[in-house]
Design a protein around this ligand. Structure first.
Ligand SMILES: Nc1ncnc2c1ncn2[C@@H]1O[C@H](COP(=O)(O)OP(=O)(O)O)[C@@H](O)[C@H]1O
Ligand SMILES: [Mg+2]
Length: 344
């Protein structure tokens, strides 16, 4: 559109210039040819020359004014568009801020809901746990073997439910940055044994050969007993859960270089190589795990690693699909025990 305008202008300019040139030549001829004796024609030609010269200058001036006006219009158009864009951006920014606030509120409500629901569930589950424990340990009377075995299964299911609720509460606390630790000196062998206490019935049911190897003089770590127990429980539970009938699980406790390591090896289904990078992500479950064990939240390892990280420790693993997996939790030895009993 602009180009067309430009071309038309150039054409008119060209026409005026050519007419001017022709007239100029004619006037020069009339003035300087000595025999030409028509004063009236001479007068008309000179006047026309002046007139055309005047018109030519007027035309050029007019063109300049038009161009300037066009530029001014274009500029104000651009400024108007910029102004509109700026207003739109401000509006969008306001909308986004308000959506963000709404999301934060919804997130806080969700967090509150999970926290309240999990707390409410924990109390009856704990009650159930202690009643079952009293029955199983025969504190209220002897029990026939079959009833005892049924009660042990209930105890085990109840423990799984407690573990699930704890994981939900832990995720909530981790995400809200509320994982406060109550640190005390802790022997990791005691922690492992307390986890095994409830997991053993499941181990026996599956005919799994479980081996615990630990030195008698394992140095203490400085840790929050309940939280570290949850981390260790998640990892041992996985080893038993993802190892088929008659497999083997070896739990080895070692101390070296100022830290204690709990290593849990199994001969289970393993984790596919291409999925190993996702193992600690929240809600992750590998394809082969979903296939063999439909139950699971994919929260256990996320929680375990976050808890261990809070203790300045690490969780590592190596795994081969179809062969087995080893998870290793490493925690620093308590300050006052350093250099003392660092034995294997
Ligand atoms: N010992 C193991 N053997 C094989 N796969 C494992 C093992 N431990 C963890 N995994 C894989 O990591 C995933 C995440 O584990 P976890 O967070 O405990 O979730 P969940 O056990 O509820 O599925 C599991 O679903 C499984 O795919
Ligand atoms: Mg698990």
């Amino acid at each position: 559109m602009n180009d067309l305008h430009h071309n038309t202008n150039a054409n008119s300019l060209f026409q005026v210039a050519t007419s001017f040139l022709v007239l100029y030549v004619a006037t020069v001829v009339v003035i300087f040819v000595p025999d030409f004796d028509h004063d009236l024609i001479r007068f008309v030609l000179i006047s026309a020359l002046f007139l055309i010269s005047f018109l030519f200058q007027f035309y050029i001036l007019n063109q300049k004014v038009k161009t300037e006006r066009r530029r001014k219009n274009e500029l104000s158009q651009i400024l108007r568009e910029q102004d509109m864009t700026a207003r739109m951006l401000v509006r969008r920014d306001r909308d986004l801020t308000s959506i963000n606030e709404q999301l934060r509120e919804i997130d806080a409500m969700k967090s509150e809901f999970v926290s309240v629901a999990a707390h409410q569930l924990r109390t009856p589950l704990s009650g159930l746990k202690w009643s079952l424990d009293m029955l199983i340990t025969e504190q209220v009377g002897k029990l026939p073997v079959e009833q005892k075995s049924l009660l042990m299964k209930s105890y085990e299911s109840n423990e799984r439910m407690i573990s699930l609720v704890n994981n939900l509460l832990n995720v909530d606390r981790i995400e809200a940055g509320r994982t406060d630790l109550e640190l005390t000196p802790l022997n990791m062998k005691d922690v492992v044994e307390s986890v095994l206490y409830y997991i053993l019935p499941q181990v026996h049911d599956k005919g799994i050969d479980l081996d615990l190897q630990a030195p008698s003089d394992l140095p203490n770590v400085h840790a929050d007993g309940q939280k570290i127990r949850e981390a260790v429980q998640n990892i041992i539970e996985n080893a038993v859960k993802y190892t088929p009938q008659s497999g083997k699980v070896i739990i080895k406790l070692t101390a070296s270089g100022g830290s204690v390591t709990v290593s849990v090896s199994d001969t289970g289904i393993g984790i596919p190589k291409e999925q190993q990078g996702d193992v600690f992500k929240k809600f992750f479950r590998s394809i082969n795990a979903v296939r063999v064990k439909t139950g699971g939240t994919g929260l256990g390892l996320f929680v375990a690693r976050e808890i261990v990280k809070k203790h300045n420790g690490t969780v590592e693993f190596e795994s081969e699909e179809g062969k087995g997996t080893t998870f290793r939790i490493t925690l620093p030895v308590a300050e006052n025990e350093r250099g003392g009993k660092n034995t294997q």
